[in-house]
Write a protein of this length. Structure first.
Lengths: 657, 148
């Protein structure tokens, strides 16, 4: 359609049930819109995004020969795509569309109905003024590179990688630890079925290690990501391992001989490891690495015992950090969580008294491959007679994490069962609310209650070792309030377990910057839509699975991993994807060759053409931020769909009434 | 101020506009006198947009972008900041109080903060009184402004 053809605007105002109409006077908005220049039709409907709503727009486009459409409804972040498709179906260019956000940015934030209606009219007027200048933009298609990058090798990353690899496509799985497995590898039993964590996880880990389609990169981190959907260029940095894994036979002689003893991260510091070590005996790859910070040879050039005992000669002290460049079509982020360590842990005696443990420490204590071979023992080797489990440590707490970590109630119930089963000790659960919403979770809670566990509703204030009577002597005394009975309690026990919540894992800030993701106030990645696109993000081709978008239990993490695998496979099977046409362009006739735009472009998308004496923009590299357009003193650099005149018209419109 | 203040807010799509949407989904109430215009990046904000808004009757202009380092386009917000400093001086020279424009960083999770800033800025602009630049900036016929 020619630019100067008369614009025929249709304005469609949505009630959104009563979400908008209970605050905004829809009739007045329709009335005001219909009086604007260029408006041919102005209508309202209860749910504009529904099929009848869309069909109404479609019919009106045909009947009234509309060539510009406004929908005044929710945020364009929610339904812009929905309505652009309607225009496409009607044979109109999808960019002849503009939304006026009268729900999130008007009806939901305004109390005064008259002012809300006035605001809606302003926003619609701005949209009408703007849309009349919209231009037809061509759709751009890009090829999808078939490879997928999965970041994080916990159960979520493992599952996503396996699904894609099994479908016959190449996957690069990057894990920063020397082995995949993540937190699930640290657990002994999983709730509510109490099946063995290792028995369900290690076969999957093995499949990853041996899969012909999976390139497993451990001790590695993603350090740079550039590109766009279908074409991401990724740099991965692999730490020096100092062990040649091609030569190593996993005999383990080196680890036996290593004289260094440092706390094992995997065992939460309850056990020691050498400077040459595997993360855990069932690790994948099951080959040791040398920790450069603690190895005597690497810090003082003394020792070298491992090199002497290694028959295949796999030890290589000259090994250096490596950088690898890979290109993939999409990226699945499965960076998981870490257990919170809030400062109030000390109020509960953590780090002061021997037998106060955090949840991950108890997981290791209870693990049959852990420091006590699965026996629940006190520091002095004795068996506990009584154990207190304190819920919500740092969770649901305005001073720490306000959110509920979702899994702590269930793992605490699991702890009760394991303590009862293994030691017969008396168990006290101090809880705020028991949250057992999940398949077979409530039944599990019932079962634990029948096991004679004491459930006390009340958050614990502190833990002390100062006795008030003989019974409390030599014990840890839990001081709490029973809020149901309205009584203060002192409960003497031998062991205290602190049920700490989940937080986003370290390094999320770097990931946020590299992948252009947003994080919520709690530090978790924000989904494209909390309900309808929970594994997608605002950046096309980048997906989020597992706990990096919020606390999840294992089944939920696995389900989200499978969902992201489906998203990545969808891209691969389509082979091509449409991308936004809203790049910038430079009008050669207006360009004076001052090169200011070249300096401000963050993507090096503009180059200087010596021959013509002007700047040339590469649309493939341009991402449409429009900074060049704002900088150009001549108005030669222009941002498509956000050009000066369109925005100036919108400014005029919103200030008109 | 005998009439309600008029405020135009330019919000970047990725952080601030999403933050303003969050204020909505969280049903946080704030001053209804703000008119939001979405742009892809705060780096897109031409000084002409701000001047146009003031000329067309806005009493204040709010510019919101991603926090430093978080820009979806790497560094557009830095450009916005530099322009903002220049713009404040410029409108001062035009005889407009520099307090009528404000630049703020709003992330996608800061719906509450966005609402607070709008309320606070509206109050600030209200105290300055109406600008009515459209009327006051026009020289009377036969009169010319001398450069100072």
């Amino acid at each position: 359609m020619a630019r100067n053809e008369e614009s025929r605007v249709g304005v469609f105002v949505c009630h959104c049930g009563v979400n908008i109409s209970s605050v905004v006077n829809i009739d007045k908005v329709v009335q005001a819109a219909s009086q604007q220049e260029g408006v041919v039709v102005a209508k309202d409907y209860k749910f504009m995004c529904s099929t009848p709503g869309q069909e109404m727009i479609l019919a009106d486009i045909k009947e009234h020969k509309l060539n510009r459409i406004i929908v005044a409804a929710c945020s364009p972040r929610l339904h812009e795509e929905t309505f652009k498709k309607v225009l496409f179906t009607a044979g109109l260019n999808p960019y002849f569309f503009q939304m006026a956000n009268i729900r999130e940015q008007d009806a939901w934030v305004t109390e005064d109905k008259e002012l809300a209606t006035g605001k809606a009219i302003s926003l619609v007027t701005g949209a009408i003024r703007r849309v009349r200048l919209h231009e037809s933009l061509p759709t751009r298609e890009v090829d999808i590179k078939p490879g997928v990058l999965v970041i994080g090798g916990g159960i979520t990353g493992i599952e996503a990688a396996l699904q894609i690899a099994d479908a016959g496509h190449k996957v690069v799985l990057v894990e920063r630890e020397p082995s995949i497995g993540g937190h699930m590898a640290q657990f002994d039993k999983t709730f509510p079925t109490l099946d063995c964590s290792a028995c369900i996880l290690t076969p999957k880990m093995n499949s990853v290690g041996t899969h012909p389609n999976i390139n497993l990169m451990t001790s590695s981190e993603v350090t740079d990501v550039s590109g766009y959907i279908g074409n991401y260029d990724v740099t991965v940095k692999t730490k020096a391992r100092f062990v040649n894994h091609d030569l190593c036979t996993s005999c383990g002689d080196c680890m036996e001989k290593c004289p260094v003893k440092v706390p094992s991260e995997f065992d939460e510091g309850l056990e020691k490891r050498g400077a040459i070590y595997t993360l855990f005996p069932q690790g994948v790859p099951n080959k040791p690495v040398i920790d450069a910070e603690n190895c005597l040879m690497l810090i003082k050039e003394k020792c070298g015992l491992c090199e002497k005992v290694c028959e295949p000669g796999a030890i290589d002290f000259k090994d250096r950090e490596k950088e690898t460049s890979i290109t993939v079509g999409s990226i699945i982020t499965a960076t998981g969580y870490k257990f919170a360590k809030p400062s109030i842990l000390r109020d509960y005696g953590y780090g002061i008294f021997d037998n106060v443990l955090t949840a991950p420490e108890f997981e290791r204590l209870n693990n049959s491959a852990g420091p006590t071979v699965g026996e629940i023992l006190l520091k002095d080797g004795g068996k506990p007679q009584s154990v207190a489990i304190l819920h919500c440590i740092g969770s649901r707490d305005k001073n720490f994490n306000e959110y509920c970590s979702k899994v702590c109630c269930m793992y605490s119930l699991k702890f009760s069962h394991l303590v009862k089963e293994k030691t017969g000790a008396e168990v006290f659960e101090f809880y705020i609310d028991i949250r057992a919403a999940g398949k077979s979770y409530e039944e599990f809670y019932d079962r634990i209650r029948e096991e004679d566990v004491h459930f006390i509703r009340g958050k614990v204030g502190s833990v002390t070792n100062i006795p008030l009577n003989d019974e409390e002597k030599g014990k840890l005394v839990v001081i709490a309030e029973n809020t149901l009975a309205g009584k203060r309690l002192r409960v003497p026990v031998d062991m205290v377990i602190l049920s700490t919540g989940l937080e986003c894992s370290d390094g999320v800030t770097d990931m946020t910057r590299m992948l252009k993701l947003s994080i919520d106030k709690d530090g978790f990645f924000i989904e494209k839509h909390p309900k309808l696109a929970p594994t997608e993000t605002a950046t096309d081709g980048i997906y989020i699975a597992g706990c990096c978008s919020g606390p999840k239990d294992i089944p939920e993490s696995v389900a989200s991993a499978q969902a992201t695998a489906a998203m990545a496979l969808k891209l691969i099977s389509k082979g091509k994807v449409e991308v936004e046409a809203t790049t910038s362009w430079i009008n050669e006739e207006l360009c004076a060759g001052c090169k200011l735009c070249i300096g401000v472009c963050p993507y090096n998308a503009i180059e200087y053409d010596e021959e013509k004496g002007i700047s040339i923009l590469n649309e493939v590299l341009c991402k449409g931020c429009g900074t060049c357009a704002a900088t150009c003193p001549n108005g030669a650099a222009m941002a498509r769909h956000f050009n000066d005149q369109q925005i100036l018209n919108e400014i005029e419109g919103v200030l008109l009434s | 101020m005998n009439r309600d203040p008029k405020i135009v807010a330019f919000l970047c799509h990725w952080c601030s506009y999403t933050g303003a949407d969050l204020a909505g989904t969280s049903r946080v109430k704030y001053s209804p006198h703000v008119r939001i215009i979405r742009i892809m990046c705060s780096g897109r904000i031409d000084t002409a947009f701000v001047l146009k808004a003031l000329r067309e009757g806005a009493d204040g202009v709010l510019i919101c972008g991603c926090h430093p380092g978080d820009c979806h386009y790497q560094s557009g917000n830095d450009k916005a900041l530099k322009r903002h400093i220049m713009l404040k001086q410029m409108i001062g020279q035009f005889g407009v109080e520099p307090e009528r424009i404000r630049l703020e960083w709003i992330s996608a999770s800061e719906g509450d903060l966005f609402a607070k800033i709008v309320d606070n800025f509206t109050e600030q602009v209200k105290n300055l009184g109406p600008l009515n630049w459209k009327e006051t900036m026009r020289p009377k016929s036969g009169e010319y402004h001398e450069q100072t």
